[in-house]
Design a binder for this molecule. Sequence first.
Ligand code: IMP
Length: 426
Amino acid sequence: MATTIIVGTQWGDEGKGKITDLLSEQYDVIARYQGGCNAGHTVVVEDKQYIFHLLPSGILHKDKICLIGNGVVLDPEVFFDEINALEEKGISIANRLFVDYKTHIIFPYHKMIDESMEEEKENLKIGTTKKGIGPAYVDKYSRNGIRACDLIHSDSLEKKLNSQLEHKKLYLYKNYQIDISKENINKIKEKYHEYGQKLKKYIIDGSLLLDEQIKKHKNIIFEGAQGTMLDVDHGTYPYVTSSNPMAGCACTGCGISPIYIDKVIGICKAYTTRVGEGPFPTELVGSIGEKLREYGNEYGATTGRPRRCGWFDAAVVKYANRINGIKEIVLTKLDVLSHFKKIRICKEYKINNQVYPHYPADSEIIKLIEPIYEEIEGWKEDISHINNFNDLPKKTIEYIKKIESLTDCKAVIISVGPKRSQTIIR
Ligand code: IMP
């Protein structure tokens, strides 16, 4: 049996979708443990591109069990849209896609609140995906949330909706004009109760399913969404998402014990990107950044927003490796760097004229970061067809080895293009 957590080591969009899909071949179960449809996991199979926002990226393998864990927030509309899109392509999810009873549900007013909070803020705009993720987690943690199991029972759903919306009217969102008329509550209740009836056949005790699979010595992937630097506790707060993408959350987000985790694999882009606001020490705002964006097609898979681009930041990845327990990384999008004559790597930081060996925890100190770069000769050769590590140009191998030594881990898989076949396994 092997249980592996797949986690992003930067600000998300590292290519977790492709790698989860690729590794799923050797696994039996793929479970998502946090986030929601803010994620955009892209998988390319036989020239067809699939983008999953909510379903686990292993879903394309027809014999694999996929679980949406209790730590996820689920938008039923997106859930059924993704199922329909798969079924239209002849991929059946019957009896192999499940949702935990305890998964919290995103309602239309969560999306509304997310949108209006972003629009109304003058300072500290986060640049959220506006999918209602934060407000749904707020309800969960204020013990006012509605879970998948609650959708099944019409009476209790009505009571819970009434209480949730009353609570919003009275205390929190007076200005957001949420319609809490009986008529509207009834409308939402009817629609979500209907979702509940459709959802019923997918709802199970996810923790129990995983326990049974572990006892049968099955192989399990725990798939994280977003990335370590977007972690609500350990990321660049407040410019983060509202859950914990870091590996530790796989246990709480799926209801299993840490003693069953064998390994954590970090997914790491060969350069750095982020969407939304917040610190980004190696960001390139000029023509090099634009070149990275164009060659890397760095546009959000969920919102289409242009991603901010910059050089590889070893301090960030070293930090992610430390807090996630990563010894092995997957280096993605290395082919994008083939277009550059010179490539830079940020080795560490200078802050107030002193070398700073760690990613700082204090947000005021983060503002003072000056990256210390090492410049490397580019290889200027197409590598997107190479399948063997030793066939890579010497300078490419040097770049990979530099990253390994700076971040103290081994690049076990190298991705040189979006297709499954464009992968080097070492
Ligand atoms: P939220 O998760 O929609 O609340 O957005 C909070 C922050 O996380 C924003 O900066 C988003 O751009 C970012 N974010 C959320 N999901 C992803 C993702 O899957 N990839 C990259 N950034 C994300």
